[in-house]
Design a protein around this ligand. Structure first.
Ligand code: CU
Length: 190
C-alpha cells in the first residue's frame, strides 16, 4: 500500500501521468493477489486429496489385515477340526482323539530328581525333558526300556515314548551307585 500511496502522492504531484500508472499498479496487485489466492486454494485441495487418498489406502490395508487374520483363524480351526484335536487350558499338552502329548520337565542334581513321582494316563504320549543341573546322570525307566543318555551338568535331552502299559514303574539314575543314594522315583500310569 505504501507503493500505491507513493503513486497517489506522485499523482498529486504529477496529475495526468500518475493516474493511469496507479490504475495499472492496482490492477497488477489484484491480479497477483488473485493468482496467489488460487495457488493457495489449489495447494489446499491437493493436500486434502492426498490426505483422503492416504485414508483410503489405510482402510484398504486394514481391510487386508483383517481378511488375513480371519483366514488364519479359519485355517487354524479347520486344522484342529481335521485332526480332531483341541487345546485344553491348563493342561501341558495338545489333546487329540488319537493321542495326548504329555510334556514333563525333570531335572537332576546330586543325588535326586526334581520329581519323585510322575502320574500319566495310559495311552498318553510322553515327552520328557531331562535336564542335568549338577553332576553326571541319566534317567532310566524300568519296565519300558526307556532311558536317556548319561548327561553332564548343563546338558539336557528330550525323550518320547507312549505310556501304553498301566502300572507303577520305578525310574532311577544308572550312574555308579546313584540309585542306592536315592536317585529314584516312580512313574504311575493309570
Ligand atoms: Cu545320577
Amino acid at each position: 500500500m505504501t507503493k500505491i500511496n507513493n503513486f497517489m502522492n506522485d499523482y498529486k504531484l504529477n496529475q495526468g501521468i500518475g493516474l493511469p500508472i496507479a490504475i495499472i499498479i492496482i490492477a497488477l496487485a489484484l491480479a497477483g493477489g488473485g493468482g496467489s489466492y488460487y495457488v493457495i486454494k489449489r495447494q489446499a485441495k491437493q493436500a486434502r486429496e492426498a490426505q483422503e487418498r492416504a485414508l483410503r489406502e489405510g482402510d484398504a490395508k486394514l481391510k487386508e489385515m483383517r481378511m488375513m487374520r480371519d483366514a488364519m483363524t479359519k485355517s487354524d480351526d479347520a486344522m484342529m477340526e481335521k485332526e480332531g484335536g483341541m487345546m485344553v487350558p491348563g493342561y501341558e499338552g495338545i489333546m487329540t482323539d488319537k493321542e495326548v502329548t504329555h510334556m514333563i520337565d525333570l531335572t537332576a542334581q546330586n543325588f535326586s530328581f526334581s520329581k519323585s513321582e510322575i502320574r500319566v494316563k495310559k495311552g498318553e504320549k510322553i515327552e520328557l525333558t531331562f535336564e542335568v543341573k549338577e553332576g553326571y546322570h541319566d534317567w532310566t525307566l524300568e519296565g519300558y526300556n526307556v532311558r536317556t543318555k548319561k548327561i553332564n551338568a548343563g546338558g539336557e535331552e528330550t525323550i518320547e515314548f507312549t505310556a501304553n502299559k498301566a502300572g507303577t514303574f520305578e525310574y532311577y539314575c544308572s550312574v555308579g551307585s546313584h540309585r542306592a543314594m536315592g536317585m529314584t522315583g516312580r512313574l504311575i500310569v493309570e
